[in-house]
Design a protein around this ligand. Sequence first.
Ligand SMILES: *Cc1c(COP(=O)(O)O)cnc(C)c1O
Length: 366
Amino acid sequence: MIPAKKNILELPVYKPGKTTEQVERETGIKNAVKMASNENPFGPSPMAVDSLRSFCSEIHLYPDGDCSELKERLSEKLGFNPGRFVVGNGSNEVLELIAKVFLGPGDEAIYGAHGFVVYPIVTAGAGAKGVVSPMPFLKHDLKDFAVRITPKTRVVFLANPNNPTGTIFSKKEFEDFLEAVPKSVVVVIDEAYFEYVEDGLYPNSLDYQSAREGIVTVRTFSKIYGLAGARVGYAVASEKVASLLNRAKEPFNVSSLAQRAAAAALEDAAHCAVSRESNLSGLEYLSSQLDSLEITHTESRANFILADLGENSARIYEMLLREGFIVRPTAAYGLDTHIRITVGTAEQNAAFIAALKKVTGRAKAV
Ligand SMILES: *Cc1c(COP(=O)(O)O)cnc(C)c1O
């Protein structure tokens, strides 16, 4: 046996949702609807697609390893110097870089029991210890996070909104938390769904960047911008933290196609606005339909909702597949009676609810 590192042997494995093609192959169903991975049901920004078309003949050239054009656009949009950005192969890579730079054996990182599954993976990958805040009410309890800080704590991972619950913590909760956290701790605020949120209580973590050196805001082009397949995300941090993270990345970590698509998508305010508006009404629709079926769900502010089916969700998940709907079972998130449903188009949402009624027998299918 070739000896591998112990932390790698014990690494939790990320299981992605099924692709539409897999489901169609397995069930024989045509036109399955994927409501599993929080992708944008309207697809990519058309501006991004146009920009890529004209660019394909240039892919024999290495990308700009510094992502300067994209950083310039981000800088204009968000008002931070380009030197404060870190661009990654998806925000997942940015999370990896944070672990690589700040975590090692003997260190601790704190995350929620029902938080994003990538945090335990990157923590274990760096050989550090994960400290888990239990989230009994399926929301981040920042007071509980603060209590778990020890002299060994190096990083705290918080998603706001959280995946898979869609819940947010408020400005007040966040400010109280920052008061309680030593300045030496890196506070990662993963805002993958930032652009979807409409809530006066929601803190924009960029507003707190000046308060301390160790706040890292992480965002992505995979969600509202519709570029999950291109793999591009970024962080905003202090010059010092950003330069550490940039130093740890591989030289050409983001493909030229991804950089190009992201820069174009960033300018497409109309695509974002349509996606946000549609999502808000879709969330409202799904919430009220679940209410009327007496299915408990979280108060989501993101582009998905977490529903508690009150029984192991594997059976209903399989039945939904056979109706042509792919949702996300959440056992990997420690929630085995739940499914996470990505908000689709109005038409997809209505068809999904009809299928859910049918398979749960809660009401006659319409
Ligand atoms: C989807 C998601 C991401 C995005 O990951 P990418 O690597 O950018 O595709 C990051 N964080 C959370 C909490 C997510 O749900």
